[in-house]
Design a protein around this ligand. Structure first.
Ligand SMILES: Cc1cc2nc3c(=O)[nH]c(=O)nc-3n(C[C@H](O)[C@H](O)[C@H](O)COP(=O)(O)OP(=O)(O)OC[C@H]3O[C@@H](n4cnc5c(N)ncnc54)[C@H](O)[C@@H]3O)c2cc1C
Length: 376
């Protein structure tokens, strides 16, 4: 059923990737869109690593082409132990994984949105949303709207005050840009007991001399852990200098069910659309915006269509939450990787980077070389 909500004036809270993509699809369908962003520069401060799948790159299309910094077909998994750090596993992908420049993409998107007639108000902090009166209060005054898009990211202050979704659990994601004497060629995923059961780290080569080093953890000593991780990762191979620190929060609640109502829409991290196993959020974000784009019709949202697509995403994310619970049940990422190595597994091939679907193992009878081979 198409409920014509007669929406025209749309206020978008937060000009991150979610807010910008939503604004783009809505402005293209003739909505009157204004974006309200608390910071003064679009894209900054940055917090995201920017690793995305081929699928996401395909969705972003022309917006991403100039902003691909690197691409990878393999990751290596390393284990940190008392004796040092060692490589134990390779993750191989059927299609490349891309490192994208989030800041550059957000700036380009912002330019396109404004060129299409959207308005962007920076240094505008939204402090309150009154859904019953279609009123929003910001540091610049009071604004009315037909539809408010809440894309405030992981902090979820407004979502919490509106009581629309569960806002309780977070992980911390500290990161740094490092100059190194020699960057690794592949992305390195690092596990170790020092990161706790739910933590893991990463090294993402940007070019020969620069990497992004980061980790996720629920420990309050996140910044110290990042420095310790740098010591361990570069102990034998490379010198390094910290150039810039960044990072942010990662929502760990189950995805919000109430993302679309008569006069509101919740997008991206604000709706906890994070894949809990890898902590990536861009895949879910583009799936949600894709569902919205296909549900816009004559100045309104076909709520039923949007929700039917969205529920598939929610079901997928809930499955990921179950997988995450299983990982914690076996003792966490470090213990999981250790058990892989005990089984003699040295390579895992993944069919789908977003959904982390492994290839089927080759049937036992036809395995001639080793048990580590997977066939796609
Ligand atoms: C350390 C780290 C690494 C990550 N790496 C990856 C990765 O490699 N791949 C991946 O897929 N995902 C990754 N993610 C997740 C990804 O960054 C998020 O899923 C994505 O940025 C969500 O986009 P968003 O638009 O919902 O939120 P955001 O990008 O956070 O945008 C929210 C915007 O709202 C603004 N805002 C907030 N409150 C207000 C307010 N009250 N008034 C006005 N403006 C406001 C903020 O300033 C911001 O600009 C990572 C996250 C972290 C923390």
């Amino acid at each position: 059923m198409v409920r014509d909500m007669g929406l025209r004036k749309v206020l978008v809270v937060g000009a991150g990737l979610g807010g910008l993509l939503t604004s783009y699809v809505m402005v293209r369908r003739g909505f009157d869109v204004e974006l309200l962003e608390e910071h003064d520069v679009i894209g900054l401060p940055r917090h995201c690593s920017g690793l995305v799948s081929d699928y996401v790159v395909g969705f972003l299309g022309g917006f991403v082409k100039e902003h691909i910094t690197n691409r990878f077909s393999e990751y290596v998994v390393k284990v940190v132990e008392d004796v040092g750090i060692r490589e134990v596993l390779t993750l191989t992908f059927r299609k490349p994984v891309y490192l994208i420049d989030r800041v550059g993409i957000e700036k380009s998107l912002c330019e396109v949105v404004t060129s299409l007639g959207g308005r962007v108000s920076t240094r505008t902090v939204v402090t309150n949303i009154d859904l019953s009166r279609n009123l929003l209060r910001s540091s610049k005054g009071t604004h009315d709207y037909d539809l408010v898009v809440i894309s405030e990211g992981a902090g979820r202050r407004l979502i919490k005050s509106l009581n629309l979704c569960r806002v309780r659990e977070y992980a911390l994601g500290p990161q740094a840009l490092l100059k190194t004497s020699r960057s690794p060629e592949k992305v390195e995923v690092v596990v170790g007991s020092f990161l706790g059961p739910d933590g893991f780290g990463w090294v993402i080569p940007i070019d020969e001399k620069h990497v992004i080093l980061g980790l996720v953890t629920t420990s309050k000593r996140a910044a110290l852990l990042l420095k310790y991780l740098a010591k361990k990762v570069f102990s034998t191979t490379s010198n390094y200098v910290f150039k810039e620190f960044f990072g942010g929060l990662i929502p760990m609640d189950k995805p919000c069910e109430n993302v679309v109502g008569e006069n509101y829409l919740i997008v991206g991290d604000a709706a906890s659309l994070i894949k809990p196993v890898s902590r990536g959020g861009i895949y879910s974000l583009v799936e949600e915006v894709g569902a919205l784009r296909d549900s816009l019709y004559k100045g309104s949202i076909n709520q039923d269509l949007m929700l039917s697509r969205y529920r598939k995403l929610v079901a997928f994310l809930k499955t990921q939450h179950s997988v995450h619970e299983v990982i914690l049940g076996v003792g966490g990422y470090y213990k999981l990787v250790k058990s892989f190595t005990k089984l003699g597994l040295s390579e895992v091939r993944l069919l789908d980077y977003d959904k982390l679907i492994p290839c089927s193992p080759q049937p036992l009878l036809s395995v001639v070389e080793s048990t580590t081979r997977w066939v796609c």
